[in-house]
Ligand binder design. Structure first.
Ligand code: PLP
Length: 375
């Protein structure tokens, strides 16, 4: 059998990960400034992460957490404490797409409505919400009968307000930093106004922190830079440092009932151990504070390079908009300088999403490579 050919793959076979680096089958070492689609938060093979997972594997392994009292409680406590959402509730699942699906379901359960506002350039996963990310007119499904997605322009508050004032909209879903869309951000003022109108109109605000959460932006969640509090927060990616785990943080206003949500594998014991290890490392090594400092330094140095139009983002979630398409530059960075970077749906934007464990040496390496290629 062959693989269903949906990804343009680089001709590199990663076989090992060590800290901020990936080693391929030929023994070449690559600096990882992409983290396998933004999942590597605490570095490859961190000793504490490996130990936590290994120990759990020897206990009850993957066993489902929806049977009895489990590690999920420990994870919820630690996550609540570190994120500042102690009073909220946690539902665990397996991926970012699933987290958003569950958030949407909860929003609709909360107010009984079926319209959704999402934004141009948004990406929320490959299930119902995938309709946002495809321009292929042949793809119509799956969007449930009766449901309607209204696409608004980012930062166009009048457009959002007009829809919300009908009081027919179930939820607004927004990334606090658009990842796949090319590191574009709602302004703090826009987020605040959206929060305010959502509150006045009984609309749920879902913030998608799948890519920007778990410290990547220099705060635990990127929306915390603007001071708003949503009703639901979706998480995944960096949460497990590569282990498939996702979740929804649910405001205490939304009450749980048996059977409302469910999953077999979501938040299994091993997934919880992986995520607890991530939180413990973030805390112990102050990686969130470091992400903020190093990110600012890197952005500052990138912005004056030739051909750079704009450098966007927060912490270690950085987008570099160039004056021309970046495909060739990314290939050179990979094959000539052995540095992984990310693309985005904007062909002129490179995404940088390194492990939060990088340091000055790694910053110097990528800057040197950029300088050589762009000068
Ligand atoms: N939400 C955002 C903001 C994402 O960036 C992604 C993935 O790139 C998803 C949701 C979907 O996550 P997953 O691929 O784990 O389903």
């Amino acid at each position: 059998m062959k693989l269903f050919d949906v990804y343009p793959l680089f001709d590199v076979e990663p076989v090992k990960g060590e800290g901020n680096y990936v080693i391929d089958a030929k023994g070449n070492k690559y600096l990882d400034f992409y983290g396998g689609h933004a999942v590597i938060s605490v570095g490859h093979g961190h000793p504490h992460y490996v130990k936590r997972i290994e120990e759990q594997l020897h206990k009850i392994g993957f066993y489902s957490n929806s049977v009895g009292i489990s590690l999920q409680r420990e994870l919820a406590d630690k996550l609540g404490m570190m994120s500042g959402y102690e009073e909220w509730n946690l539902f665990l699942c397996n991926s970012g797409a699933e987290a958003n699906e569950n958030a949407l379901k909860l929003a609709s359960y909360a107010n009984g409505r079926s319209k959704l506002i999402a934004f141009e350039g948004a990406f929320h996963g490959r299930t119902s919400l995938a309709v946002l990310a495809t321009d292929n007119p042949r793809i119509k499904f799956p969007v449930n009968e009766g449901a309607e997605i209204i696409r608004c322009r980012l930062n166009d508050i009048e457009m959002v307000k007009k829809e919300l004032l009908t009081e027919e909209v179930c939820a607004v879903i927004i990334e606090s930093i658009q990842g796949v869309g090319g590191i574009k951000m709602p302004s703090d003022q826009f987020l605040k106004e959206v929060r305010d109108i959502c509150t006045r109109t009984g609309t749920m605000l879902i913030i998608d922190e799948v890519q920007s959460g778990f410290g990547r932006s220099g705060k635990f969640f990127a929306h915390q830079h603007s001071g708003v509090k949503p009703d639901l927060i979706s998480i995944a990616k960096g949460m497990g440092n590569g282990f498939p785990v996702g979740g929804v943080l649910v405001s205490p206003e939304i009450k749980a009932e048996y059977g409302l949500l469910g999953t077999t594998f979501g938040g299994n014991h091993l997934a919880c151990a992986a995520s607890l290890a991530v939180l413990e490392i973030l805390e112990k090594d102050d990686l969130i504070g470091r992400a903020s400092e190093l990110g600012e330094e890197l952005k500052e140095q990138l912005k004056d390079l030739p051909g750079v139009i704009e450098v966007r983002g927060r912490g270690l979630m950085i987008g570099i908009e160039m004056s021309k398409p970046v495909a060739e530059l990314r290939k050179k960075l990979l094959y000539d300088h052995h540095i992984f970077t990310g693309s985005s749906s904007d062909k002129n934007v490179i995404r940088l999403l390194p492990p939060l464990t990088i340091g000055p040496d790694e910053i110097a390496m990528i800057l040197k490579a950029f300088k050589e290629e762009l000068s």
